[in-house]
Structures are given as C-alpha cells and as structure tokens.
Design a protein around this ligand. Sequence first.
Ligand code: 3HC
Ligand code: NAI
Length: 690
Amino acid sequence: MSKVNEVVQRSTQGEIAVVTIDSPPVNALGRAVRDGVHSAVQQAQQDTAVKAIVLICAGKTFIAGADIRELGKPPEGTNLIEVEKVLEAGPKPVVAAIHGTALGGGLEIAMSCHYRVAASSARFGLPEVKLGLLPGATGTQRLPRIVGVAKALDMMLSGEPIGAQEARELGLLDELTKGSSDGDLLQQAVAFAKQLVAAPRPLRKTRDLEDKLTAAKANPELFAKVRKSIAKKTRGFPAPEKIVQCVEAALRMPFDEACQFERRGFQELMASLESKAQRYYFFAEREAAKVPDIAQDTPQRKLEKVGIIGAGTMGGGIAMNFLNTGMSVVIVETKQEALDRGVSVIRKNYERTASKGKLTAADVDKRMGLLTPTLQLEQLHDCDLVIEAVFENMGIKKEVFGKLDRICKPGAILASNTSYLDLNEIASITQRPADVIGLHFFSPANVMKLLEIVRGKATGKDVIATSMALGKRIGKISVLVGVCRGFVGNRILAARGEQARQLVQEGIMPWQVDRVLEDFGMPMGPFAMIDLAGMDIGWDAKSSRGETVLRDKLCELGRRGQKTSAGFYNYDPQTRERSIDADVEALVRQYAKKAGFTAREVSDQEILERCLYPMVNEGAKILEEGIAQRASDIDVVWVNGYGWPVYRGGPMFWADNVGLQKIVDSLVRYQQEPAALLRKLASEGKTFTR
Ligand code: 3HC
Ligand code: NAI
C-alpha cells in the first residue's frame, strides 16, 4: 500500500490497482481527495503492470458528496470533472466498490466509473436539491442515461436515496456483494475487475449510453407532468426547475454541451441566497445535536420501556414514535372511554399507513402488541422513561408528577410535554428534580420532526445526554432549550401572534396578513393557523369579552375555526378550501374604529416587517437569556416545528441577511424595544449566525 497523499492510497492485487480513499468522517470530496484520486488513477493508468482499477473507500461509507464546507469558496486543486474524466476516459476498466452511501458527487464519481459493485446495504442518491443545488458534476446527464429520465428526475427532485436492490434493478449496479463485511466488497470488486481483464470488452462509458434517453424522447409530455406534480411542494425553491431543465438539455444537446449547461446552472444556484441558506441549515441541524458542557462519553441511562400519561392528541402521537422503534409503551388515561379513543386513533393511523402499502398488517399488529393501555398509574412503576401529556394545567401536572415520584423506579426519567409551563416548578414537586426534563413534541407528534428538549435548572447531564440520544433513535431533530414561557418555538410564535393581532386591531384584514406570510414561504398564515387549531383554545364563554376583543366575538358567534367551517375565514366543509367572509371584514373595520384606528392602506412590506422583526427580536432575547445554546438552534426549531422556509435559513439567518441595523431601526419605528444583543450586534456590524 503506498500513500498518494494524506487521504488516498494505492495498492495492487495482481494486475488490479486498488485506490482507497480514507478521509473521515464521510470521505467527502475535498481538495485532497480530488487531487489524490486524480493522481492515483493517473499513476495506475500509466503503470503497465496494471490492467484494471478498483476505487473503494475506507471507513463507514463511500464518498458522501462534495465537501459542503468548500462549496461557494474559490475552487482549488483538481476539479471534480477532471477526476471524472481521468476515470472514464482512460484505457483501463475502472470499478467502483461501494458501501454506505454514494451521494451527490460520490454517485457522480461512481457513475463515471465503467462498472459498479456494491454492498447490499449501500444507498445511492443525488441529494443536492436539499442544499438548494443541482448535481453539478455531470450527475444530471449521467443518471438519466443509466436509470431513465423519469426515475432520475424523481431521485434528483426528491433528493432521497434508493437501496442497493433497487439500484441493481435499475441498472445502476452490476453486482451486489454476497458477503456482508467490507473485506467481501473489496474481494468481489477485485474479482469482478479480474474477469474484465480475462475477458476484455469495450469499456462501458455512461456518457455514451443513449437508449434510455431515446425512450424518453417518445414521451415529451413527461416534463410538463413533472413540473405540475412538484409545483406546490417546490414553491420558492429555485433548484428543482433547474434540475428539470438540465434533464431536458440531456435530450436536446450532446453530452459535453449539456454538461456545460449543467455547470452554469450549478454556479447560479451556488451563488443564490436560497442555496446559501440551505447549506447553512445542513450544518445548523448537525450543530444542534452538540451540547458543549456535556461530554460525548457521558454515561446514558437504559431506555426500553416507556410510559405515557394522557392518550389525547399528543399522548397517542408520542406513543407511536416509540412503538415504531420497537419499544414497549404503557399508556395511561383517567377514563376508559378516553383510553379506548386514544388507542383506536393510534390503530387507525397505522392502518392508514398500511393501506398505502407502507406497513404490512403484521407490522401493525406488532406495533399494537407493544402497547399496554391502562387506567392504573401504578403500572408505570417499571418504566425507564415516563412522558406526561395531560392537560396544560400546572395544578394537574404537579399532581401527576407528585404521584410519579412515588410510583416510578429510581433512575427513571420523568418528562413533561408541556408547551408553555415552568418545568422547574413541575420538577420541584418531586424529590428527584435531576431526573425531570421537558420533551416537547410537536403536533402531529408521530410526524413532526422537531423535539425541543427542555433542560431544567436541576436536570442531570446524563438525563440530557440520554434524551438527546433518544431523539435520534426515534428519528427526531432535537434542540436543547432552557426554561421560559413557551421555550424557543412557542415564545417566538407568541411574539409574531401579538403583532399579527395588533395589525388586525388596526383594521388590516387577516387574509392580507396571511397572504404576506404565505408568500414569504410560511405554509400557513397566523389566522389560518388559529382557524386550524381552534379559535376557542383558551376561550371561555363566561369570561368572553366579545364587546372589545374580535377573537372572543367570533367565538361567541360560533365561528370556532375549521371545525365549525367558519373562523376568520369560511371553509368549504368538503374541501376545507377557505374563502373570505364579508361579515368578518365588517367586524374587523368596526373593531378597529372602536379602538380609535382610521382605515388605511398598509403595504405588504410593512406587514412583513411588523410580523417578522419582532420574532428576530424575541430570538435575540432568547439568546441573551441563554434559553437557546446558539442562534442556529433557533433556526432549526423554526424550520422543523413551524415550517419556516428552509431556503430562507431560519429567522436568525434571515435577519443577518436583511441587516441587523435595519431591523433595529424598524423596531424603533414601530415602537418596539430592540433587545440589547440585537442592538449590540448591529452597532458592531456583526451577525447572529456567522
Ligand atoms: N461535506 C462536508 N461534511 C459533511 C458532508 C459533506 N458532504 N457530509 C457529512 N458531513 C459531516 C457532517 O457535517 C458531520 O460533521 P460533524 O460530525 O462535525 O457534525 C459528519 O460529516 C457526519 O455527518 P452526519 O452527522 O450527517 O452523519 P450520518 O451518519 O447521520 O449521515 C450522511 C451521513 C448520510 C453522509 C449525511 O451526512 C449526509 O447526508 N451528508 C450530505 C450528503 C450530501 O448532501 N451530498 C451532496 C453534497 S453536494 C455535491 O455533491 C455537489 C456535487 O453535485 C458537485
Ligand atoms: P388533549 O386534551 O388532547 O389530551 C390530554 C389527555 O390527558 C386527555 O385525554 C385527558 O383525558 C388526559 N388526562 C388528563 N389528566 C390526566 C391524568 N391525571 N392522568 C391520565 N390522563 C389524563 O391535550 P393535548 O393536546 O394532547 O395536550 C397534552 C399536553 O401536550 C399539554 O401539556 C399541551 O400543552 C401539550 N402539547 C400540545 C400540543 C398540541 O398541539 N395539542 C403540542 C405540543 C404540546
């Protein structure tokens, strides 16, 4: 084995040269990898003793793509296209040996090799779209030639990887390994290469494959169909349309010309704010998993059996997360009827998934078999973790935690799913506040990715480490937050809600506010969201102040939101499509007049500034108070919990791009007090996230 450079080695097995990339953690295509592979392959091409080449990676995976940290910086060293050329254009067959994930530039490299052998657990994808990019090193030209236009579009537009079996069926792979270890892969790839040497055949170059393109030419309506099918989901994202254009180019232009076209598109996207935001977000999500004051090797508690209290909206969804990963769950209610309802909702959810073919009937039974419904809190005595999801009421929560303190075994983690309440107060009722933590799931809890993990003042470090690991185990994106009303997400939501209400109080129509925020990229404006959640949350007929408060008035009128087909909007009971209601419009004007506001036209820009800048301001206060560990964590919360468009990074990244001084000035103009941190950063010309 000889070192080509610090990350690439070359060795030989008889007539076969083996080029090994060893660049942890994921063998990304940084400069050293590109340079190293280029020279190793060139050396092998020139070595007359070598008849074929195998390209393989050490560590846990094949190349996971370009080095994302290098993207957008001035290019240095050998570029990726040159590496591909040396692989494809040389006279000797090159076999890629793939394990782990071949992603982005990694798959582009693999497709530039003449043949591909892979471990049966390997996965293959072009996920560039998730970074606001297109596959920019010939991927948009190679993948359609190998798997066909429709499948290539599907893979590149979703960014989702496929498994080895499917890849084999699609023609992306020539062989799957029989054994399961890395050694098997190398052996089989070398054996494959030896066969090529023994029985030479013309090298198969992806660039020359035309069959699957010809087939697509007979189906010209394909592109219009694809555009239509992705329109809604990709609104605001520039990359998907450019990917479609590159595949169209594959049908229209010769390979090299289409690659130039692809390259220009890639450069344009790379320079876009959307891609910068998505690349920032990629690292933000990974950073969120890190807790500086908790050592990586902090011992974790064993978690196998979970208890959940409350089988309502949240309890049921939370339970599904654990059932899905094979953990057993005891779910407790106060009344048989509530328990039965909760369990049947869980079953129905699974059955719906099964009816779509995503679960088998046996899977449904297995999951339901792991669930023990009960009315006896005492049954939680041997649970390793108990999550309380009862009504949002401090008295009830304290009563529950007092009982848990008596019932649960020593070492059990006691968690609350509270949305707003003071976790320290809840913990104080127990004799073991170090075991108490907040696990704030979002609704629907079996679907939403975000998990706010709330660290109380006494929460033990091992309890935090265990909870962060648990989040990963159940497929959540966890963000550690501190105790305050509403934690990170709901606290910022409240700041926006207050401004939105104020705008309507001044006579601006709720649908104008919603439209502005939806055009910005939010999935739903604040008033549509209230209609969805229920206008009457927190409303009480006895204390209703309908005379002066519009929302109370709407409740009094029976307009409780989507569930009554009327709230701020009217809703079609069948389609749930919303429409404007003239009576609500008249009420808005009437209440504004009563409050002393004269009708005026308000620009969309004013609405945007007045709704979003206070969110940034609240984020700054959250940072000042140490409630979030870092600005990017706030962005991760808002992207995953509230649908902030990822192509705008998150509120804090977005604020940095707007300019912090501009935000300070605007807050002052609208009589809001800018947070000290915001003022400080603005005056020093600094940002939150860089
Ligand atoms: N570049 C730089 N760093 C990367 C990276 C990449 N492509 N992929 C992963 N990393 C880093 C992560 O930041 C993380 O670093 P940290 O430990 O310091 O936080 C470390 O590698 C491990 O990553 P994960 O925590 O994500 O590890 P997992 O095992 O959960 O997942 C993975 C591994 C599936 C490879 C996942 O990291 C991933 O999806 N990576 C991104 C793949 C990608 O987007 N590739 C396309 C890049 S763009 C491209 O190729 C352009 C080309 O077309 C020209
Ligand atoms: P819910 O009203 O749908 O369910 C609460 C359930 O708890 C009811 O079924 C009730 O019978 C049961 N319950 C009440 N007291 C109990 C007790 N002592 N023992 C056992 N069961 C008891 O309420 P939801 O929406 O599920 O909320 C639960 C908690 O989750 C609240 O703290 C809420 O703030 C929080 N939360 C709610 C979200 C939502 O969108 N609904 C989102 C995130 C958190």
